[in-house]
Design a binder for this molecule. Sequence first.
Ligand SMILES: *[C@@H]1O[C@H](CO)[C@@H](O)[C@H](O)[C@H]1NC(C)=O
Ligand SMILES: *[C@@H]1O[C@H](CO)[C@@H](O)[C@H](O)[C@H]1NC(C)=O
Ligand SMILES: *[C@@H]1O[C@H](CO)[C@@H](O)[C@H](O)[C@H]1NC(C)=O
Ligand SMILES: *[C@@H]1O[C@H](CO)[C@@H](O)[C@H](O)[C@H]1NC(C)=O
Length: 408
Amino acid sequence: MRSLHLLIGLAVIITSRAATPELRFAWKQVDYVWETPEQKETAVKDGTFVQATNLPLGLARWKNKLFVTVPRWKNGVASSLNYVDVDGAQDQLLKPYPSLKDNLVPDTAKELPSNSSIISVFRVFVDACDRLWVMDSGLADILGSPNQVAGPSIVVFDLNTDQLLHRYFFKVTDMKEDSFFANIVVDVDKDSCDSAFAYVPDLGGYGVVVYSLKDNDSWRVSHHYFHFEPLSGSFNVSGIEFHWTDGVFSLALSEPRDNGYRTMFFHAFASTKEFCVSTELLRNYSHIDKNEAFHDFKLLGDRGANTQASASFYDTKNHVLFYTQVNRDGVGCWNSNKPYSPETNPLIINDPELYEFPNDLKVDDEDTLWILSDKLPRYMFKSLDANEVNYRIFSINVKDAIAGTACE
Ligand SMILES: *[C@@H]1O[C@H](CO)[C@@H](O)[C@H](O)[C@H]1NC(C)=O
Ligand SMILES: *[C@@H]1O[C@H](CO)[C@@H](O)[C@H](O)[C@H]1NC(C)=O
Ligand SMILES: *[C@@H]1O[C@H](CO)[C@@H](O)[C@H](O)[C@H]1NC(C)=O
Ligand SMILES: *[C@@H]1O[C@H](CO)[C@@H](O)[C@H](O)[C@H]1NC(C)=O
């Protein structure tokens, strides 16, 4: 009996111990694939490349490419949109996408050199139609001498040919004075690629911009739930305390519901609550009664203290919403078949050193969860130590990640 109990006990321990993600990429500092050594030398000399300011932030996987974005927080970011080879070395050079020429734009530029130029990207999205959707904020040297090189635009590339498919600049009516567009999710089915919709959160202006590819038109959706929570704006990461007012930032799309429309899960960055709304409402927003529609935005619940999340991704196969936990150095999740509470939102991955500011995460079409951590608060408020690993990317199979947790 005793040994049977012991065996059962062991089995429970083994199955309930969350699997450990694999470290796939790690950098002290990042560098790029240059056309010639002289080109890099010149860029360093004239300040177009200041290695220490190049901080990876967003990611997305397509086949053997893992896209890694480097926004222009400070001066000297050589290339904002890049990828690494999934099967390549851990500390490999970033490859500018679609080319270095399209990314190597001086911080003081007055206009886009070409229609496929990329100024500053936070997050990207790979859709079911082999396209890369890029939200280019158009703003260089954000924390230094901000320079709006071009207005915010959505840039779409064909991943099979690496050609620019489309570039759309937001309308004046899509923006507010403090608008900032740093994320993008795309709502599309494989068999109707032309009818894609992109949803872009405005974390500074507290709204969501909807873009219809078919109509080549955009509109702005407003709601109270897009604002930040005044009592959840304090963060404490690696002993650095800071206060942010970021509104809606994380968007995640469910599988299509019975009516054919997906649910969009969303939350403000400075918040511990999760909300949802049907994409039917977002798409029809110009034609509906806004007052009646107010109640179609739903509160799901609260995750509990210190659970602010910079990114989320909904895995349609397991019905699990994954999200970063910046104050808790890890990743949390919620199984959408369960009610929303602290108990149903376990912290499944956690390590203060490895996951110091988990910034972005995505699930690819091979059921792999990718996580990027980048020590952003140190970069912004102190400085990074170039002698230690500062940026890491991990991967783990989704089923392994949730095994034995409340998300299973
Ligand atoms: C981009 O510019 C090139 C050259 O001016 C032009 O041939 C191409 O059609 C443009 N592409 C898009 C998607 O606007
Ligand atoms: C999309 O709309 C913009 C105006 O908002 C226009 O400048 C652009 O040419 C249009 N693109 C296409 C492909 O119709
Ligand atoms: C922030 O967290 C550190 C531990 O990492 C703790 O020592 C410190 O007291 C916290 N600061 C605040 C203001 O909560
Ligand atoms: C949204 O628009 C579609 C097509 O015009 C219509 O069938 C549907 O009833 C509308 N839904 C709402 C909630 O207004």
